[in-house]
Design a protein around this ligand. Sequence first.
Ligand SMILES: *Cc1c(COP(=O)(O)O)cnc(C)c1O
Length: 451
Amino acid sequence: MTSANAPYAARDLAHVWHPCTQMKDHEQLPPIPIRCGRGAWLEDYSGRRYLDAISSWWVNLFGHANARINAAVRAQLEELEQVMLAGFTHEPVIALSEALSAIAPAGLTRCFYADNGSSAVEVAVKMSFHYWRNVGRSAKRRFLTLSNSYHGETLGALAVGNVDLYKKIYRPLLMDVITVPSPDCYARPPGESWAQHSRRKFAHMEAALAEHAHEACAVIVEPLVQCAGGMRMYDPVYLTLLREACDRHQVHLIADEIAVGFGRTGTLFACEQAGIRPDFMCLSKGLTGGYLPLSTVMTTDGVYAAFYDEYVRLNAFLHSHSFTGNPLACAAARASLAIFREDRVLEGNRALAARMGERARALEDHPHVAEVRQRGMIVAIELTANKASREPYPWAERRGLRIHRHALSRGVLLRPIDDVVYFMPPYVITPEEIDLMVEVAREGIERATCD
Ligand SMILES: *Cc1c(COP(=O)(O)O)cnc(C)c1O
């Protein structure tokens, strides 16, 4: 570690306990103190720069220190930093809710706010359960989820997720859910298309719904890409079939668009590619352009109406967080949505996505690359110990970590999930930066798979 960074790392390690980290790992690689960020780049105290190829954990859309979002937050700061949203309201939350209702799948007219993705999932789960109570269907209390799904870290969100690394130890604390095999297309047999595979896998969901609909509140899915589960992808037809089946079985559909929302999959929301409207749509991460913690659960007038009653009937949704709908976060979100509108961002991203895909696919022939897959602005390269059998490397070898370390030494922030190297860059990345990012990943893969 270079000298200018070292004092910060030492002070950090004396008191800060980091997320998603075995702290002992920092004996090898201390945390990197970041002094500033500009566009797609982060800069540490020694002046080293890192290309933020994963959007600072999938949140940043328009670069660090974006002039327009900065100005919006600054202006809001001069007016009002926070007020409780119970009994009070403010212009930023009103205007943001109007804007979201205008761009979300038609019919999602109601916005309930929280301040992070996991809390949004908790809200959707509680709201669905409570809805069925309010309409007299109190036998409905269970949730259906896909294998390999991820919905956050709080106990309810962890329960409806399915990544063992995060979930297993806490199982005794978690509600019981119905887990259905994922339509993940990495598992498709040779010769089967994504659509065929996803459609075939839907049979499991249809069977689970037929069996459990009487006791099921909702199915929760990450539309199109299971991100934390290793950027595993499936075809939109699965969502189309799921919507139809949920309607037929009278079960809610919760779309967790926390990671895939706001253009990541090529459309503003991933659900658009299936032409569906979920009953609940969870948004966070890119909602504020990656600036401030904020999340929302969007739902329908129908759900809203089931809670709208005389107070004494005690049907209200009383869930709350202190910082629900924070005005600074709402101002950042509005500025971010304005950029989407004014700069025709989704159109511009098509060229960037094509470049990323083209460069990454050059790695398909590598002897330890099992698959290169893409959905819009998300590209993943899955490594394997054996290309023919697709056997993964033993997890404890932590080959992805070697790629992470190599990339840092070359000024690129990559953070593979196990042996899946992926790119999810901010939309301000340039074609040249894409080339650098992919080249550094190629070097890292080379080094991590040579023994
Ligand atoms: C990140 C994520 C969450 C959790 O959001 P937090 O803000 O980290 O609590 C939930 N669902 C999905 C799909 C995510 O990617």
